[in-house]
Design a protein. Structure first.
Length: 573
């Protein structure tokens, strides 16, 4: 029996599922066939089969990764089917599944409302629209009122406007050719969770704070950090308090001599003392500020069409604007022709801390920033020589680099993997061993892990204290950024790296402590558009671990461990 036939059979609730690993592998195999078939009726059917299987697996295991994969596949099927009855059915399934995952009929209503607008904009047949309206009517009791209805209508209008774009436009370029013919996801937004407001599509995603979190009084734009290259840019707007914001797009006007622009309206916000025009260069030409009756408008003058992702982070409140020439990576990059492995060509290495941010300090004065930079310097030439992989160091000297800009550099480099290198620390100094982290919105709260994340995040101008409530808010933001499928890849690479570290160290240091692979809310990993991990090499606060970290042998073994993990991941393991 073929993989497709097996998957079709397993979509039936009456058929027992095999092991989780086998079911995931089968769903992935059908998804790969869909990608190869491209945006064709056959590709759409395969995507729908894989989506149904992933949805059934979610119902069995309640794994967030399955929900995200099902959503991606339903969206791909709807887009590939186009304005047809089949496309309508895929969009309808996607909306209903979003409500099922959220366990909230209000989410079902929201997704059906947006789906109807998107399908209308695409020119779907009236019979199709009638089906969606009929189902939406059944959830009419959960229709929002007042401001929430106005916000929903705005989100639906934005999604419908994006669906109407027939040619590449600002922030919504055509999917690049050569991407294994993968169908482009639809404009139905990612299912929202209680918390942040979400609008847009996978090419243009906006996550803003919930109405309840916005400051009651006026706020102030305090500073702007920016990083730009020819491949993209990241801009971080710091504000004195949480603010509401809207995002819009303006096309270029050659006759008027105007560039393509994205604008961000920050409500009830002033910008006194901040430069009214900031040159950036590359894909993002400049940033301009203007005063409005309702607040401050920030305008981004673009060199050309760019994908965009705009979200916020709490404490300190900041709005992150990511712009890129690279489409969002909803699937793994296909292997090089003739190879069974993964196409890993570029790796970003992030030596933690630097400059006046020393990181943790050991009992005898060993500084985390020095250890991490030395390990990265040992690792980079090995990757270039042995794997022919290009490497980027987010810092190559003893210099301070903001956490947000480290991720920006990795994104602009179009890295295929991101490894942030750190040394762990504990309050008592007794903890020892290696630990590896990845970012996952579905993780449960852990006060110990929250403290580790708070320590690493504290270099980000943060007021955050260990155990603060930001962890739950960050989890909601990550869910809306749809990191589920990326989290699964990051977790896989984290497992490889952790096992590699133990294998590298155990022969020489048999008493090495295994602290495991965990997930936590590290800001440096937020917004990375490639699999990303944070590697805590050892506890520099422990006298024994510090003594080892001070030696060239131990550091080289750490570099070897990262190299072997990247090699294994590249080979498809």
């Amino acid at each position: 029996m073929s993989d497709v036939a097996r998957a079709d059979r397993l979509c039936s609730a009456d058929t027992p599922l095999p092991t989780r690993a086998e079911t995931v592998a089968l769903a992935d195999a059908v998804a790969v066939l869909s990608a190869k078939a491209g945006a064709t009726p056959e590709g759409a059917k395969l995507a729908l089969t894989a989506a149904n299987l992933r949805a059934r697996l979610w119902r069995a295991d309640r794994a967030v990764a399955d929900a995200h994969e099902a959503h991606e596949l339903y969206a791909a099927a709807a887009n590939a089917f186009g304005p047809t009855v089949e496309g309508c059915d895929a969009a309808l399934r996607d909306a209903l599944f979003a409500g099922e995952v959220a366990g909230d009929a209000a989410v079902t209503y929201r997704q059906l409302f947006i789906a109807e607008r998107v399908l209308t904009a695409r020119g779907a047949p009236e019979a199709c629209l009638d089906r969606v309206r009929t189902v939406r009517a059944a959830t009419g009791a959960f229709r929002p009122e007042g401001d929430r209805l106005a916000l929903l209508e705005k989100d639906a209008a934005a999604a419908a406007a994006s669906a109407k774009i027939a040619a590449p436009g600002v922030g919504a370029p055509a999917a690049p050719s050569g991407a294994a013919g993968a169908p482009t996801p639809s404009n139905v937004p990612t299912p929202a969770v209680a918390g942040p407001n979400v609008a847009g599509d996978r090419q243009s995603l906006v996550v803003s704070p919930p109405d309840s979190a916005v400051a009651k009084g006026p706020a102030k734009l305090t500073s702007i950090e920016r990083f730009g290259t020819e491949e993209g840019a990241r801009v971080v707007l710091y504000a004195s308090a949480p603010i509401a914001f809207d995002v819009g797009v303006l096309g270029s006007d050659e006759k008027a001599g105007k560039d393509a622009r994205i604008y961000l309206d920050m409500k009830n916000t002033t910008a006194k003392g901040v430069s009214k025009e900031v040159e950036v260069g590359g894909a993002l030409k400049r940033i301009r500020l203007g005063v409005q009756k309702t607040g401050t408008r920030v305008v981004f003058d673009l060199k050309g069409p760019l994908y965009r992702r705009i979200f916020y982070l709490p404490d300190p409140f900041r709005i992150v604007v990511d712009l890129s020439t690279r489409a969002p990576q909803s699937e793994e990059k296909p292997a090089v022709a003739g190879s069974s492995g993964r196409d890993i060509r570029r790796v970003a290495l992030d030596p933690g801390h630097g400059g006046n941010d020393t990181g943790a300090t050991g009992p005898t004065g060993l500084k985390e920033k020095d250890v991490t930079l030395d390990i990265a310097h040992r690792l980079a030439p090995i990757l270039a020589r042995e794997l022919k992989v290009e490497t980027l160091l987010t810092r190559d000297t003893d210099a301070y680099v903001a956490l947000d800009l480290r991720t920006a550099r990795a994104n602009a480099f179009h890295a295929d993997l991101f490894v942030s290198i750190h040394c762990n620390a504990s309050e008592t100094g007794t903890a020892r061993g290696v630990q590896t982290f990845y970012l996952d919105a579905s993780r449960e709260r852990d006060s110990t892990l929250d403290k580790i994340a708070a320590r690493e995040n504290s270099t980000q101008k943060s007021k955050q204290e260990p155990g603060s409530s930001d962890s739950a808010e960050l989890s909601a933001i990550l869910t809306n950024l749809n990191v589920g499928q990326m989290a699964a890849r990051s977790r896989h690479f984290a497992d490889l790296l952790h096992r590699s570290a133990l294998a590298s160290l155990t022969p020489r240091y048999p008493d090495i402590k295994d602290q495991g692979v965990k997930s936590a809310g590290f800001f440096v990993l937020v917004g990375a558009d490639m699999p990303a991990v944070l590697f805590e090499t050892s506890f520099i606060s422990n006298p024994d671990d510090e003594g080892r970290l001070a030696t060239a042998d131990y550091r080289q073994k750490m570099a070897d461990a990262v190299f072997n993990a990247i090699k294994a991941y590249k080979e498809g393991k």
